[in-house]
Write a protein that binds this ligand. Sequence first.
Ligand code: T4K
Length: 366
Amino acid sequence: MPINVTRSSLPSLEEYVEEIRSIFESYRLTNAGPIYKKLQQQLMDHLGVKELSIFTNGHLALETAIDALGLRRDGGEVITTPFTFVSTVHAIVRNGLKPVFCDIRESDYTMDPERIEELITDKTVAILPVHVYGNVCSVEAIAAIARRHGLKVIYDGAHAFGEKVDGVGVGNFGDATMFSFHATKVFNTVEGGAVAFQNEEYAKALNKLKNFGLYDGEDADVIGGNAKMDEFRAAMGVCNLRHLEEAVAARKAVHDRYFERLSGVAGIHLNPVQEGVQSNYAYFPVRFDPQVFGKSRDDVMERLREQEINGRRYFYPAVNDMTCYRALKGKATPIAHEASLQIMCLPIYEGLTLAEADRICDIVLN
Ligand code: T4K
């Protein structure tokens, strides 16, 4: 069996069958059914947030979150990061808004707050930073900038499920935070996602937009889409949430082993857990400086691949180097560009053994 960058967490077949039994009795498959409601409540408790709306996937959650803030405006600009999965930027553009790329920090690859203000124009409507690899953005600095300029803040928290900063759930920052529950994430509902937010009024807009714009079941007052989560996925979420603590602990053991084996090696930069952050150990990004390490990221990836170990170049190319965004590139983002050339994510998941982690380290070090 190859070792991939991740492997989905799954409950036992019996546990899942038990969870979906009621669907076969009630014939209720979707449209905010009882399992959906149960999962929503459990997730609010788990994430420590007051308001949450769950979606069929993270991308549509983000796209709808932007729409529900009323940000669609001709020529409106949203400051975001190029060092992310392309979904982040697509969600902006598919709302008729223009992405303005802000460079990242060398230290944790999140948007550099010191570079945001120089990008603000009279067209800027929002800032959309990403808690990339679960590294939490400078939420205080970003909030201060947003306040000064009257901007909305939407976090792409696709990688930050369940994280806390000094005990506060990461979904409590900004106007809204999106989480992804994709099969490759720490917590999955097969496909799925959610938006956490603080404002009850916003809930109305968000819930309408994910259900065709219907406000009373029959009449629509806005042009919505369909982004609802069904009962089968919700059931997967209920099962996976039961085992999340063990899954995160298993990831932490792999993370700690990688750190033990790879830290202090010249030319290898690891990604330490930030102070005050309760991490979910979603990704293990390693940065290879070819001048010092003697081999490039791609050389190392190739050696691993020869042994059927598939690390991934999250995120290469940087979004502003992608074909569809070259024309919107704007100001250069050299730190993001270099990170996209030097970082590989090593395999990390619940079933990865420490012996396998050691084998991966041996190949990297040799
Ligand atoms: N914003 C950010 C910052 C994101 O990272 C993402 C998604 C989004 C927004 C959008 O959220 P969603 O709409 O997806 O909820 C993956 C995922 O498809 C994507 O969800 C994720 N980010 C992105 C970073 O990675 P690929 O192209 O790497 O997936 P794939 O199919 O190559 O899978 C990687 C490995 O995972 C496989 O080698 C094996 C394992 N795997 C995969 C699948 C699909 C499993 O074990 N089970 C599975 O079912 O994109």
